[in-house]
Design a protein around this ligand. Structure first.
Ligand code: SF4
Ligand code: SF4
Ligand code: SF4
Length: 184
């Protein structure tokens, strides 16, 4: 069977900054409370439109599940590695909390979890994907900003979206080959 390459496509024009995705993620993944502990975020983007009809844009983000991963290359214990679906994972029991991977990630997508003593990040909700469910943030978003699926399946919704629409990735110039795609 062909390997999957899981990805998320985002239509940021639909984002209303409600932060339901961040609440859903914290709940699903038992992330400690606080502003410094998170697997996803919503940041303010540029203003949209033309004066006087201007509106604020928002850009949700999370680990980009990069194909060229600076984070796993620096890990001295191999606690962080890439699975067959292209998901970059961290094994808590192997992580010594050195934080090298936090420094190496150009997207600031990792945080240190005081409760587990390990670095943590988005895993595309690997525990849900394993039983055929979609990630919590994808399911919860009221305006359906995120679409999740397999880019190795040409008939998946993510493949069709990228075939039909122009898109961008964040920081393409650094060569990390992210698998979060933002429709333009
Ligand atoms: Fe690693 Fe950061 Fe890329 Fe995620 S976004 S795979 S943590 S370099
Ligand atoms: Fe590896 Fe953990 Fe160190 Fe990150 S903090 S580089 S996952 S041992
Ligand atoms: Fe959090 Fe799961 Fe969404 Fe990643 S895919 S940001 S772990 S809810």
């Amino acid at each position: 069977m062909k390997k999957r390459r899981l990805a998320i496509v985002l239509d940021t024009r639909k984002c209303i900054d409600c932060k339901a995705c961040t609440v859903a993620c914290k709940t699903e993944n038992k992330i400690p409370l606080g502003r410094e502990t998170y697997r996803n975020w919503v940041s303010e983007g540029p203003l949209r439109g033309e004066y006087p009809n201007l509106g604020q844009s928002y850009t949700p983000g999370q680990c980009m599940q990069c194909a060229n991963t600076p984070c796993d290359r620096v890990c001295p214990t191999r606690a962080t590695w890439v699975n067959d679906d292209g998901i970059v994972v961290v094994e808590d029991r192997k992580c010594i909390g050195c934080k090298y991977c936090m420094t190496a990630c150009p997207y600031n997508a990792r945080y240190y979890n005081e409760e587990t003593g390990a670095v943590d990040k988005c895993t595309f909700c690997i525990q849900r994907v394993a039983v055929g469910e979609i990630p919590a943030c994808v399911e919860t978003c009221p305006t359906k900003v995120r679409v999740f699926g397999d880019l190795n399946d040409p008939e998946s919704e993510v493949s069709e979206l990228l075939a039909r629409h122009p898109y961008r990735v964040l920081k393409p110039e650094i060569g990390t080959e992210p698998f979060l795609f933002y429709l333009m």
